[in-house]
Design a protein around this ligand. Structure first.
Ligand code: CTP
Ligand code: CA
Length: 226
């Protein structure tokens, strides 16, 4: 069945996908991160490659093997992911931001391991990371640009705000309160939000969902000006 999804729908296209978490260093041994597994982004990369795209995966630290026929660029921090993404997105057709990018990073990275002090608390000052997908959408020759939105309430409303604020072509909205889907799970269900309206894709494996999404995105890309 693995060979069945060789549609050539994205033949000749360059697809760039961000995936996984980012790690924001505090000192040489500590960091801030999140529980993203990278599974959805890796499944999308696999499906895009199966559909014939020249596929690049810009990945934060994950436990996953790189899918066949996919080129992976390993990054650690949001700033690293930003640089790699802007470089690779400049000449791509489709950009999908599935990474769980840390919104903030420590303002300073201590050169030495921070020692436990006498006080009962310490303060860490965080500064905002650049918004990768929004920067890609602002490129002069922008690709068809797709973001994710993981929400715990007001799913469609918040996803639509991200669509507008970041000037995206489409947002894939994830309801993180639904049991059995999302972050570390093998299944996912999503609502697609774009200028045309909303489309629900019911719960299924991330592999099946990725193929469905790639099919829909290839059609939208073909009928867009990108
Ligand atoms: N994203 C990004 N760069 C960032 C933050 C987010 O490219 N610095 C992308 C994510 O990969 C995702 C989309 O933006 O495709 C939405 O991420 P999300 O965390 O849901 O949105 P935020 O704008 O960070 O808003 P909030 O976390 O407050 O909901
Ligand atoms: Ca965020």
């Amino acid at each position: 069945a693995a060979g069945l999804f060789q549609t050539g729908l994205l033949a000749g296209k360059k697809v760039v996908i961000t995936a996984g978490p980012t790690r924001e260093a505090i000192d040489p041994v500590r960091y801030i991160s999140n529980h993203s597994s990278g599974k959805m982004g890796y499944a999308l990369a696999e499906a895009a490659a199966e559909a014939g795209a020249h596929t690049l995966l810009i990945s934060g630290p994950t436990q996953l093997p790189c899918p066949a026929r996919v080129t992976r660029i390993d990054v650690v921090s949001a700033v690293d992911m930003f640089a790699a993404s802007l470089r690779e997105a400049a000449d791509c057709d489709l950009f999908i931001a599935s990474a769980a990018v840390a919104d903030y990073r420590p303002r300073e990275v201590a050169e030495q391991k921070i020692k436990k002090g006498e006080g009962e608390s310490i303060t860490l000052t965080l500064v905002k990371n650049p918004d990768i997908v929004a920067a890609v959408a602002r490129l002069p020759q922008r690709p068809f640009t797709v973001g994710f939105a993981a929400e715990s309430e007001h799913l469609v409303e918040y996803a639509r705000r991200k669509l507008v604020r970041k000037k995206l072509d489409l947002v894939i909205a994830n309801d993180i309160t639904q049991p059995g889907i999302g972050f570390n799970s093998d299944n996912n269900a999503v609502t697609l939000v774009d200028a045309a309206g909303e489309q629900v894709i019911d719960q299924r494996s991330k592999t099946q969902l990725a193929r469905e999404l790639v099919t829909i995105l290839a059609e939208k890309l073909a009928s867009s000006s990108h």
